[in-house]
Design a protein around this ligand. Structure first.
Ligand SMILES: *[C@@H]1O[C@H](CO)[C@@H](O)[C@H](O)[C@H]1NC(C)=O
Ligand SMILES: *[C@@H]1O[C@H](CO)[C@@H](O)[C@H](O)[C@H]1NC(C)=O
Ligand SMILES: *[C@@H]1O[C@H](CO)[C@@H](O)[C@H](O)[C@H]1NC(C)=O
Ligand SMILES: *[C@@H]1O[C@H](CO)[C@@H](O)[C@H](O)[C@H]1NC(C)=O
Ligand SMILES: *[C@@H]1O[C@H](CO)[C@@H](O)[C@H](O)[C@H]1NC(C)=O
Ligand SMILES: *[C@@H]1O[C@H](CO)[C@@H](O)[C@H](O)[C@H]1NC(C)=O
Ligand SMILES: *[C@@H]1O[C@H](CO)[C@@H](O)[C@H](O)[C@H]1NC(C)=O
Ligand SMILES: *[C@@H]1O[C@H](CO)[C@@H](O)[C@H](O)[C@H]1NC(C)=O
Ligand SMILES: *[C@@H]1O[C@H](CO)[C@@H](O)[C@H](O)[C@H]1NC(C)=O
Ligand SMILES: *[C@@H]1O[C@H](CO)[C@@H](O)[C@H](O)[C@H]1NC(C)=O
Length: 254
């Protein structure tokens, strides 16, 4: 006869194992420059990640375990420095304004490429996307590890800075380091999908959104670009890769 307590123990153990194996993010820096990854949480409550900002030198990676049903975003910060006098930490792209490496719940400032996740271990369905709605700074690819290979990767693994229209370019010391989203650059209802242009029918992709979409077909190029840009996978673990190596463009250019 099986003791009820040992059944309970087995059940608890099973729950623990389930929690541990899903929702693990391995952030990988394949760029030939240093990236300072950051995260912010959109789930209500206390379910923040253990780390909200850290450094990854070229070739390094780091694994973060998300709480069950976590929702939030990852982005990469570039060209970060600590002021030698004030000790204040800041970055040319993706800066979250905390003055230190951890972002402590703050969002980054655009333009930046964003990897968004919404995990659901209860319904056993995760949603994820790469968003260029707030512009672009570095290439990101999201690779789901589960789903028996049926879950699609997504990303904007190409160097969008190289095709960024002049009026959207962000330069630092003569180099293009990021590309504004048109909403932030021009603040017009038509680009931001607000006011008279707040529905899918009245907010058509702009000429800028079309450039983004051509360069990165899997990524969100504007607010209503959800049909081809939202991906789903049974709850699993992910690689989030900066500068994933593909054989077409100058990915390491910055
Ligand atoms: C959130 O944290 C506070 C303080 O640590 C705690 O009292 C509260 O129960 C937590 N809420 C949830 C939903 O975990
Ligand atoms: C992370 O780094 C370790 C140590 O260099 C390496 O063995 C591992 O393959 C890397 N993982 C990924 C996903 O790149
Ligand atoms: C520190 O840097 C942040 C930008 O990351 C800036 O918003 C803030 O004003 C700076 N603080 C000080 C004391 O210089
Ligand atoms: C960060 O941005 C997301 C998306 O716009 C928003 O849902 C969230 O509330 C923001 N977080 C903070 C701390 O402002
Ligand atoms: C996933 O990829 C497969 C094979 O490339 C494709 O047929 C399918 O439409 C994709 N699914 C989504 C949701 O993009
Ligand atoms: C600006 O670029 C020049 C030439 O690439 C380099 O020598 C210089 O160190 C750079 N300055 C800064 C502040 O990055
Ligand atoms: C919105 O549409 C109305 C009706 O066509 C027009 O009167 C108004 O000027 C428009 N507002 C803006 C900001 O374009
Ligand atoms: C895309 O978003 C629109 C408006 O929010 C919604 O009506 C539509 O169902 C969404 N489509 C998909 C495929 O999620
Ligand atoms: C990259 O692509 C070119 C042309 O398509 C091909 O000749 C070359 O072998 C490829 N290199 C790698 C490393 O796959
Ligand atoms: C990164 O790689 C590019 C070419 O892929 C090269 O031009 C650049 O000098 C490299 N940067 C560093 C810091 O090694």
């Amino acid at each position: 006869m099986v003791e009820p307590s040992s059944l309970l123990f087995f059940f608890t153990l099973h729950l623990l194992v389930t929690v541990v194996i899903s929702g693990e993010f391995t952030i990988v820096n394949n760029c030939n420059y240093t990236v300072w990854p950051a995260s912010s949480t959109t789930t209500s409550g206390n379910a923040t990640l253990a780390t909200t900002g850290f450094i990854l030198k070229p070739g390094e990676n780091s694994t973060i375990t998300a709480p069950p049903d976590w929702a939030g975003r990852f982005w990469g910060r570039t060209l970060c420095t600590t002021n030698s006098i004030s000790r204040n930490f800041s970055c040319v792209t993706g800066d979250c304004g905390s003055g230190k490496v951890a972002c402590d719940g703050r969002n980054g400032s655009s333009p930046m490429t964003i990897a968004e996740f919404s995990l659901d271990s209860v319904k056993n369905q995760d949603f994820y996307d790469i968003s260029l709605v707030d512009g672009y700074n570095i290439p990101i690819k999201v690779i789901p590890l589960g789903g028996s290979g049926k879950c699609n990767s997504t990303g904007c693994p190409t160097d969008l800075n190289a095709v960024c229209p002049t009026e959207l370019k962000v330069t630092n010391n003569g180099t293009v380091v990021a590309c504004h989203g048109p909403c932030a650059a021009f603040n017009l209802q038509f680009f931001c999908c607000v006011g008279n242009h707040s529905t899918p029918n009245t907010c058509e992709p702009s000429v800028y959104a079309q450039i983004f979409k051509t360069t990165c077909p899997q990524a969100y190029s504007y607010v209503y670009d959800n049909k081809t840009s939202t991906f789903a996978c049974p709850a699993t673990d992910y690689h989030v890769v900066f500068c994933h190596v593909t054989n077409n463009t100058r990915l390491d250019w910055l």
